[in-house]
Structure formats: C-alpha cells, structure tokens
Design a protein around this ligand. Structure first.
Ligand SMILES: [Zn+2]
Length: 420
C-alpha cells in the first residue's frame, strides 16, 4: 500500500536520478534543435562512458568467439522488402531517399546486412556456429512527441550479433548468449527486473508461418528452462518470438535492454545455405542477440541505476589528483601522467579550484581521489580516498596506479578489493 509520503519519495528519486537531468548536470550528452529532436550528441564525459562500454562489449564478444564486421547504415529499399521490414515494420522506418533510379533507406536493423555477409560466399558446416557481431548504427522514425534524453532516439547505436548455426546448435548458442548477458549485467552493476518470453499477440503485424513460430517458441522455452521468466503476448519481433531481459527506470517504467531470438524466417527470406557433412545443402538458423541493447538506452539506464556514480571501469574520470598546495602541483601532475600511461582517465584539481574540502566534494562521483601533501610529495606517495568513503594510508604512487588499473581491467565493482 502506497502512503503519500512513499509516493513522494518515489517521485523524488525518479526526478533526482532522471538520466536527462543528470546527463545535463554531469555534462554527458545534450541536444540542439538544429540537429533535431531524438538526435542527442555525446559530450566528452558521456563519450568516455560510451567508449568504455563499447570496449567492454567488443572484448567480451572477442573472448566468446565472435568475429566483428562493419556494414553501412543504408540499404536499398528492396533489401527491406526481402527481409520483411518493409511490410511489417515500415511505420517505424524513415521514408526512402530517391537517388537516381534507386531508393535507399536508413536501416531499421542490422540483420539484413549480416545475412548478406553470410551469403557472400559458400559456407561449410565446419564454419558453424558463425558468430558475427557489430556495434552499428540504425534508425527509427520516432514521433517528435515521445522523444527525450537517450531512451527514445531516432539514431541508435546497437550492440548486435547474429549467430548462424545448425538447428542442433541453436539452443546452446542462445543459452551461451544469455550467460554473456548475465555476466555483463554483473560487471555493469545492474539488475534486470525480469526475463520475459515475448510472444505474438492479437492485432500485431507478424510474418504468417505458424509452424516456424511454434518451433522457435519451443526452442526459446528450452533456453529458458531453469530461468525464472514470464510469458508476455504482443511483444514478439515481426519475424519470431524472443527472450527479452527487462530493466526498469526509477519511476518503475519497464523497457528491454538485452535480447535473444531464434529466427527461421530471415534465413529463408535470404535463401541462406551451408554445405553439410553429407555434402547436401542445408538452411542455417539465425540467433539474434544483443548483450546491452543500444548504447543510448544502456547509458541512460546506467546513469539512473548508479545516480551518476558509474562503476570505476567506466567512470568518465577515474582518478582525480588533489595537491594540497601549489608546491605539490608538479607531483600531482606527474601522478596524473602515470595514471594516463596506465590507461586510466585522470585529471588534476589544484588549489585554484578551491580549498581541499571543496575539491573533494566536487569530485564526489570520481571513484579515486589521490591527495598529495608535502609528506606524500617528499616520499613519492599518495593518500587515496575512495568514493565510498574509505580512506587509505599513504602508499607509493606506483602501487596505487597499478592497483587501480588492475581493478578497472577486471571490471571490479568494489573500489579496492580485487575480485577473486
Ligand atoms: Zn537481428
């Protein structure tokens, strides 16, 4: 039962942690009416967070056996007629651009390009499962009335991948993708609200092939066996059912962050084939999966979930050096340079920015503050204060940098304890 007081609390928390408000305050991103609604740009601090996420995802994919590709954000209208987007999804697409006799479209998804890359030469069963990943642009013609911040945008950078595999491999591949998602959520310090099996519902625009829907639904059910989940009608993709990993914003509004789908439709539309061990031609299955969804939505959620205090490995500034007086500025600058050399994002905040207390308060979202006074300077050391309030005894600068870099490299959520 909600009391008025707790309602006010929920509302206040929702406003305080609203990613649009924090995004402005922390100078992460902004928009300009001349660029247009739903087309935010990233400021240096936001771009640093985004870049850290991109690096994380690419590395996680590389370790999981994915190969990265890069493909254009445009395609001919015919491409989307073949994929089915034109018939089932054109309400969400930008209108085609006429170019001589051709019509090109800003892509509404990466799948058709990846299907063509698979088809670009003959494939053998020995290459399967073939895991193809791309962090690529796609576009959605959201109406201007619903735009705002990073959650409803017209230009989307999607963490996408397609696994081309045999029918026998599909469940294992989808399950491995789900594990990759769970691991990423732990490293990002976020907790999904639920796993959802998204099924078709009445009135939606879906591809008509009951047998394929039934088969894909059954396999996804297998993938989810042992995972707490709910089935929801009306949330499927136009070409098949999917597993959606749901997150909620501080006001409790749900959206999908990560997703896994088993698709029989696109391989058929694009006539995808591989040569089997029997020498015959077979059709692969396509597993679509996204670990963190779009970078825009992921960053919006991370801002709100952490109230701007990002895990150290993705913080815009990871270390701030605080010389107590003018005399220690050279030592603080040398410490910053050492951090930068170790791959960390560090800056100096000197006495010209105010007293030590004020500078520490200004840096309250920075995971590590390195205070350098006369004693530390003479001993080549720093006294670290962690964002969570812990204060450590002075230690050699080299030791501090090495430990912080190791923690960031391990995507540790704790600011000092190295994960076992
Ligand atoms: Zn796809």
């Amino acid at each position: 039962m909600w009391s008025p007081a707790s309602l006010i609390f929920v509302r206040e928390r929702a406003t305080m942690n609203d990613h649009r408000k924090l995004g402005r305050e922390l100078e992460l991103f902004d928009t300009d009416p001349l660029i247009g609604a739903g087309l935010p740009y990233w400021l240096p601090a936001g771009a640093a967070v985004r870049q850290a996420l991109e690096d994380y995802v690419r590395e996680a994919e590389r370790r999981a056996g994915y190969q990265h590709v890069s493909s254009p954000v445009l395609g001919k209208k015919e491409l989307y007629q073949i994929s089915g987007h034109w018939d089932h999804y054109s309400d969400d697409m930008f209108p085609p651009m006429k170019l001589g006799a051709e019509e090109v479209v800003l892509r509404p998804s990466l799948c058709p390009h990846h299907a063509l890359i698979f088809r670009s030469r003959g494939r053998s069963y020995r290459e399967l499962p073939l895991r193809m990943a791309e962090l690529g642009g796609m576009y959605r013609s959201e109406l201007s009335g619903v735009l705002g911040g990073l959650t409803r945008v017209r230009a989307i950078q999607l963490n996408d991948a397609h696994i081309f595999c045999t029918l026998d491999q599909a469940v294992d591949e989808a399950r491995a993708a789900l594990e990759l998602i769970g691991h990423a959520h732990r490293d990002l310090g976020i907790r999904p609200v639920r796993y959802q099996l998204s099924l078709p519902g009445p009135g939606g625009k879906y591809v008509a092939n009951p047998e394929l829907w039934e088969r894909a639904g059954r396999l996804l059910g297998e993938v989810l066996s042992g995972v707490d989940h709910v089935a929801v009608e009306g949330e499927a993709a136009f070409y098949g059912p999917k597993i959606d990993v749901q997150i909620a914003d501080p006001a409790g509004r749900e959206s999908t962050l990560s997703t896994v789908q088993i698709d029989f439709h696109q391989p058929e539309r694009f006539g995808l084939e591989y040569t089997g061990a029997d020498g015959g031609r077979h059709r692969p299955v396509m597993v679509h999966r996204s670990i963190i969804g779009s970078l825009e939505r992921a960053v919006a959620h991370l801002i709100e979930a952490h109230g701007g205090a990002f895990p150290a490995w993705m913080a815009p500034v990871q270390v701030v050096a605080l010389p107590i007086s003018e005399a220690e500025i050279p030592d603080a600058a040398a410490f910053v340079a050492r951090c930068v050399d170790a791959g960390l994002r560090a800056r100096l905040s000197g006495p010209e920015a105010g007293g030590l207390g004020a500078r520490i308060r200004d840096a309250r979202l920075v995971p590590y503050s390195a205070v350098i006074g006369a004693r530390e300077a003479s001993e080549g050391g720093v006294a670290l204060r962690l964002r969570d309030g812990r204060r450590l005894d002075a230690m050699p600068a080299a030791e501090a940098v090495q430990r912080i870099a190791a923690l960031a490299g391990a995507h540790a959520l704790d600011l000092w304890d190295v994960p076992g």
